[in-house]
Design a protein around this ligand. Structure first.
Ligand code: NAD
Length: 421
C-alpha cells in the first residue's frame, strides 16, 4: 500500500528500531528510547485585532534528556500535530548525539498559519505560547530555536517573555536570536552552510567537481535559500528551486540572488509570480523528479515516498529538511544506488551553531563569524567522516551508520545514568 502520508513518528521509530537491532540495545533501554519522555499540550487564547478571542493549540515534546538539556526548534504550521512534534523531538536527540553536543532532543509547534496573522497577533500568540510552555524552559532545562515559519524576531519575543517572567534577562534560554540581543554571528546561515558542506564532502568522496554538478533545492527558506546560495557560490549550477508556491526550473542555472531579493520584497515572502528568461514553472512533484546530480529537500516531511522514489533522478540526496524521505522510499533509493546524506547529519549545522550561541551567552563572551564558521565546519566534517567511514566499513546506508553512532551514544548515557529510582 502506498505510504505517501506516512506518520512521521512511526517513521522515526522504524529508523530507530533498525539501529537498536543492529546495536543489540537491551530491551529496557530500547523501550525508553522509543518514546518521548515528556509531552506538553497547551490550548491558549489570543486576542485578535478585530476584538475577538481565538484559541490555538501547541505542543512541546522532550524526547530524551540523558545527555543534557533539551534542544529543538518551534514550528508554526497549520499541519502541526503531536506525532509530527514527537518525531521531530526524537530526531533532535539523535542529531545532537551524532555531532556530540551535550543536549537531549525536543521540539515544539503551534497549529497556525502565521501568514494569516497580523504582526501584533503573531507577537501575542508567541508570547502566550512561550508563557504556556515556560514551565519546561530554561538554559539548563530546555532551549528552543527557530524552525519552519519562525525566525529571529519570534525568538526575540520568546526570550523577552521568559526574561519578563524572571525579572532579569535570560539570553541562553533561546537560540537563533537576533545578534543585537545575544544571538550568534553565523547562526542564520548555519543549517544551509552545513548542508552545502555535506554536498562538498560527498563530491570529494565521489571525485566529482562541484562545477559539473546540477542541484535542485525544494524549500527556499532559512535552510533551502542559504544552501542554494552557498552551493551557487561554490560553483554548482542550481537548476531548480521550489517553495510552497511551486517550482522554478532553468537548465542553465537560476539567479539565486535575484530570487532571494524577489522573496524579500514580497509581503508573503514567497516566489509566487517570479519571472525570468528561460525559466519554466513546474509543480513541486515535478521538481523532485528533475534530472540533476544533487537533490536537496529542504521543506517538509514525506516528500520522497514509495510513490516517487523510483523516479528520483538525482544520484545524491542531501536532506536539509527533517524527515523528507520515508523509510519505504529509503529502501527504494538504496536499491537504486542513490546516496542519501540523512537529516540528522545534513541539517545539524543549525543546532551546532545554536549550541555555540548558548555557550557564548552563558559565558557572555562572543566570537567573530570566521571563528563560528570554522568551528561549525570542524564539527560537521568530523561527524561526516565518522559516518562515511562506518558506512563504508560495514556496507551500510549513511542513515543507518549515522543512527548507529547516535543511538549508541544516547543508549550509553542512559545506561550509565541508570534507571531512577
Ligand atoms: P522556513 O520556514 O524558513 O522555510 C520553509 C520553506 O519551505 C519555504 O520556502 C516554504 O515556502 C517551503 N515549503 C513549505 N511547504 C512546502 C511544500 N509543500 N513544497 C515546497 N516547499 C514548501 O523553514 P526552514 O527553517 O528553512 O526549515 C525547512 C526544513 O528544515 C524543516 O524540515 C526544518 O525542520 C528543517 N530544519 C531547519 C533548521 C533551521 O535552523 N531553521 C535546522 C534543521 C532543520
Amino acid at each position: 500500500m502506498p505510504s505517501e502520508q506516512a506518520n512521521p513518528f512511526h517513521s522515526a521509530q522504524q529508523q530507530f528500531d533498525v539501529a537498536a537491532e543492529l546495536l543489540n540495545i537491551p530491551e529496557g533501554i530500547r523501550a525508553i528510547l522509543r518514546v518521548p519522555q515528556r509531552e506538553l499540550s497547551v490550548n491558549f487564547p489570543v486576542k485578535m485585532d478585530n476584538g475577538s478571542t481565538k484559541v490555538f493549540t501547541g505542543y512541546r515534546v522532550q524526547h530524551n534528556l540523558s545527555r543534557g538539556p533539551a534542544k529543538g526548534g518551534i514550528r508554526y504550521h497549520p499541519q502541526v500535530d503531536l506525532d509530527e512534534v514527537r518525531a521531530l523531538a526524537m530526531w533532535m536527540t539523535w542529531k545532537c548525539a551524532l555531532v556530540n553536543i551535550p543536549y537531549g532532543g525536543a521540539k515544539g509547534g503551534v497549529i497556525v498559519d502565521p501568514r494569516q496573522l497580523t504582526l501584533g497577533e503573531l507577537e501575542r500568540l508567541t508570547r502566550r505560547f512561550a508563557t504556556e510552555i515556560s514551565i519546561l524552559l530554561g538554559p539548563e532545562k530546555d532551549i528552543p530555536a527557530p524552525d519552519v515559519n519562525t525566525n529571529a524576531q519570534i525568538m526575540a519575543w520568546m526570550m523577552d517573555t521568559i526574561s519578563m517572567h524572571r525579572g532579569y534577562t535570560v539570553p541562553a534560554v533561546i537560540t537563533g536570536k537576533p545578534v543585537n540581543i545575544g544571538g550568534s554571528l553565523g547562526r542564520a546561515d548555519a543549517t544551509g552552510r552545513g548542508v552545502s558542506l555535506m554536498v562538498r564532502e560527498m563530491a570529494r568522496r565521489q571525485n566529482r567537481n562541484l562545477e559539473s554538478m546540477a542541484v535542485v533545492v525544494q524549500g527556499f527558506g532559512n535552510v533551502g535559500g542559504v544552501a542554494a546560495q552557498l552551493l551557487h557560490e561554490m560553483g554548482c549550477r542550481v537548476v531548480g528551486i521550489a517553495d510552497a508556491s511551486g517550482g522554478y526550473y532553468r537548465r542553465n542555472g537560476l539567479d539565486i540572488r535575484a530570487m532571494q531579493a524577489y522573496v524579500a520584497s514580497q509581503p508573503q515572502r514567497s516566489l509566487a509570480g517570479y519571472k525570468a528568461d528561460g525559466m519554466e514553472p513546474l509543480s513541486n512533484a515535478e521538481l523532485l523528479e528533475l534530472p540533476c546530480d544533487v537533490l536537496i529537500p529542504a521543506a517538509m516531511e514525506n516528500q520522497i515516498t514509495d510513490l516517487n522514489a523510483s523516479r528520483i533522478r538525482a544520484r545524491l540526496v542531501v536532506e536539509g529538511a527533517n524527515g523528507p524521505t520515508t523509510p519505504a522510499a529509503d529502501a527504494v533509493l538504496a536499491d537504486r544506488g542513490v546516496t542519501v546524506v540523512p537529516d540528522i547529519l545534513a541539517n545539524a549545522g543549525g543546532v551546532i551553531v545554536s549550541y555555540f550561541e548558548w555557550v557564548q551567552g552563558l559565558q557572555e563572551f562572543f566570537w567573530d563569524e570566521h571563528d563560528v564558521n570554522q568551528k561549525l565546519e570542524r564539527v560537521m566534517v568530523g561527524a561526516f567522516e565518522q559516518v562515511y567511514n562506518l558506512a563504508q566499513e560495514r556496507r551500510l546506508p549513511l542513515r543507518t551508520a549515522a543512527y548507529l553512532v547516535a543511538v549508541q551514544r544516547v543508549a550509553d548515557a542512559t545506561l550509565t545514568r541508570g534507571v531512577y529510582p
